[in-house]
Design a protein around this ligand. Structure first.
Ligand SMILES: Nc1nc2c(c(=O)[nH]1)N[C@H]1C(S)=C(S)[C@@H](COP(=O)(O)O)O[C@H]1N2
Ligand SMILES: [Mo]
Length: 413
């Protein structure tokens, strides 16, 4: 049977299985013996450095997939992906604390030994390929910026709400986003030290995770002032789940560009391709044309979105309430947020609170005299470039960039 590699889960599982076979082979374990080990249970296979899942073995407990605690009060659980529940942000500060930050792992969190780790920079676009140790990186000029990291699939479940047809992938609501203060070395500083050539065209950071996730970007984005190799998050050492020892920050762009656990960077005179810009993270659907070798337009910036700091389908007690939420855009600052308390019949303008940082988000609020009943609350933001949230967005098979307005169900009791 041919597997459908457009399905991210199938793709990831196939890659994980290949990795397991390769690893077993390297350890001199035959295919037959490996199957025996797997049949004997996940524990026996753990000696291979990982627990097999899916087709060949029982699912590993979800707790093995990420390192930090992810209690159900804070996160919706999608295996190796943990969606932040928006109610945890109610009336909180600007950034998302590291403990509450969503996690998106294509396979699982990589555990990296900082002493053995190296960053290798190579390819036709650099004159002097080089390796950097962790200390080398810490010794380079650094900056701190407040930015979001958001999964391209954030809001995916709303394709089903809009079209009655489910897009492939985790059915996120709106919690696959977080804002943090990221500290690190501008990627340009590292590339310059490797003799970046004027002919360089594409840059592809690669993770040391099981799947070696690697998502190319154009040189223009790679040398931007705020495109960073990050080693600290909200003033703490980068946690394992978020890419320790080093991750990319590619502001405003699709989450997958923010490669975690970076171990290698390829700089090339030629356009670069990987499954993460040919098969995945491209728009496939009736409104989009293929762009060979990619199956559709390759994703770059995130779109405008808004979320209420409220439980999904939650309850609010009647009375004078302050509705709160946040809006963001990959393309600039948010300039306006409108809220409808009656499913779009009438709109009011929300108060924006400082700070309002481009490619991060803005907090907003609106007084609400809540009377008992069921409500569909809608927020619609506009950014400084005039991008706003449409009624709905064209369907794409993998459910990316759902920036349409969303009706947030709430009961007032
Ligand atoms: N190496 C590697 N980098 C990765 C991923 C991954 O699975 N492996 N997931 C990407 C995706 S799809 C997203 S949305 C972000 C999520 O970052 P976070 O887990 O720190 O929130 O990391 C990106 N970087
Ligand atoms: Mo993502």
């Amino acid at each position: 049977m041919r597997e459908d590699f457009r399905d991210e889960r199938v793709y990831a599982q196939a890659r994980a299985d290949e990795w397991l076979w390769a690893r077993a082979k390297a350890m001199g374990i035959s295919r037959r013996r490996l199957l025996g080990l797997l049949a004997a249970g996940a524990g026996a296979a753990a000696g291979l450095g990982q627990v097999a899942r899916g087709r060949t073995a029982r699912a590993a407990p979800a707790t093995d997939l990420v390192v930090k605690p992810t209690p159900p009060e804070w996160f919706n659980d999608f295996g190796s992906n943990k969606e932040m529940r928006w109610e945890v942000m109610y009336n909180r500060g600007y950034e998302v604390p590291n403990e509450l930050f969503f996690v998106r792992d294509h396979s699982r969190t990589a555990r990296v030994d900082q002493a053995a780790w190296r960053l290798r920079v190579e390819g036709s676009g650099v004159a002097h390929p080089q390796e950097f140790t962790y200390d080398d990186i810490l010794g380079l000029p650094s900056v701190s910026v407040m930015r979001f990291v958001e999964c391209a699939g954030n809001g995916r479940s709303f394709f089903e709400a809009a079209y009655g047809k489910r897009a492939q992938g985790g059915q996120w609501h709106l919690g696959a986003i977080g804002v943090a203060e990221w500290t690190g070395v501008p990627l340009r500083e590292v590339l310059d030290r490797c003799g970046l050539q004027r002919t360089a065209r594409d840059v592809m950071p690669e993770g040391v995770d099981e799947l070696k996730v690697r998502r190319p970007m154009p040189i223009s984005k790679a040398i931007a002032d705020d495109t960073l190799l990050v080693y600290a998050m909200n003033g703490q050492i980068l946690p394992p789940d978020h890419g320790f020892p080093l991750r990319m920050l590619v502001p405003g762009w699709v989450g997958v560009a923010n490669t975690k656990w970076v171990g290698r960077i390829e700089v090339s005179d030629e356009p670069l391709f990987s499954p993460w810009n040919t098969d995945n993270y491209v728009l496939i659907g009736p409104d989009y044309d293929p762009d060979p070798p990619s199956k559709g337009p390759r994703l770059t910036s995130q779109v405008v979105k808004s979320a209420f700091e409220l439980a999904w389908d939650g309850e609010v007690t009647a009375g004078r309430r302050l509705l709160r939420g946040r809006s963001w855009s990959g393309q600039g600052k948010i300039t306006k947020v409108e809220v409808s308390l009656n499913s779009g019949k009438t709109w009011q303008t929300a108060n924006l609170r400082e700070p309002n940082i481009a490619q991060a988000w803005v907090r907003w609020d609106l007084a609400w005299n809540a009377t008992p009943g069921h409500y569909g609350l809608i927020a619609r933001a506009t950014d400084e470039r005039g991008n706003t949230q449409p009624l709905r967005v064209p369907f794409n098979e993998q459910g990316y960039l759902y920036g349409g307005i969303v009706s947030h169900p709430v009961s007032v009791t």
